[in-house]
Write a protein that binds this ligand. Structure first.
Ligand code: AMP
Ligand code: ZN
Length: 214
């Protein structure tokens, strides 16, 4: 099971990736999480990408592809994996094709979560996450039991820098210009499936599983 999840920022890809990862027992690979981790640890890479990420722009293809190549060399991907936030450009998609080919593997499916722009802005502006465990909440849609604190570990929730309103516009533009063309790329290869991204996480998971069982 090798899946790519596509969709604009705030479409719920990360939530679905976590649920699908638990369901199919394969790792969830989020380039955004990996970059955020480097940033938090203050590594050389983290310093290099900090300003780009905070502005909502895309990290270069070379840097991103190298990160993914390294991740896919680990043994836990043997039964498959779920890519969340990668590929994001045609150049990344072509690189991934070559990488999978060299590994003797191929994509199972590309799931695109469709959500209208107005809904996205609402979702992103209310999103809060736990800096400790990565749990994601929404102030109205999926609030923690105690406002502002993680249900699992009590850590204070934060808003990602790139979820701040001024950066959301930039991310939407990056998505439209660079990532949206991937839908056609994968449609032409017969791999694309569209799932309505509006609904509860459980409902959207069920719709995704129906598509994957076909
Ligand atoms: P995400 O959590 O997927 O929205 O990613 C957060 C940020 O990390 C993005 O706004 C980019 O700056 C960077 N990033 C994540 N994945 C990629 C990618 N595949 N290509 C380029 N930049 C990426
Ligand atoms: Zn937590």
């Amino acid at each position: 099971m090798i899946l790519i999840l596509l969709g604009p920022p705030g479409a719920g890809k990360g939530t679905q990736a976590k649920l699908l990862s638990a369901e199919y027992h394969v790792p969830h690979i989020s380039t955004g999480d990996m970059f955020r981790d480097h940033k938090a640890r203050g590594t050389e890479l983290g310093k290099q990408i900090q300003a780009i990420m905070d502005a909502g722009a895309l990290v270069t293809d070379d840097v991103t592809n190298a990160l993914v190549k390294d991740r896919l060399s680990r043994p836990d991907v043997a039964d498959g994996f779920i890519l969340d936030g990668y590929p994001r450009t045609i150049a990344q998609a072509e690189y991934l094709d070559g990488l999978l080919q060299s590994m003797g593997r191929s994509l199972t499916r590309v799931v695109s979560y469709d959500v209208a722009e107005e809904a996205i802005v609402e979702r992103i502006s209310g999103r809060r996450s736990c800096p400790k465990c990565g749990a994601v909440y929404h102030v109205s849609g999926n609030p923690p039991r105690r406002m502002g604190y993680c249900d699992r570990d009590g850590a204070g929730l934060v808003q990602r820098d790139d979820d701040k309103p001024e950066n959301v516009k930039k991310r939407m533009a990056e998505y439209g210009n660079k990532t949206e063309p991937l839908k056609r790329f994968y449609r032409e290869r017969g791999l694309l499936a569209n799932v309505d991204g509006i609904g509860t996480p459980e409902g959207i998971l069920a719709a995704t599983k129906r598509i994957l069982s076909k």
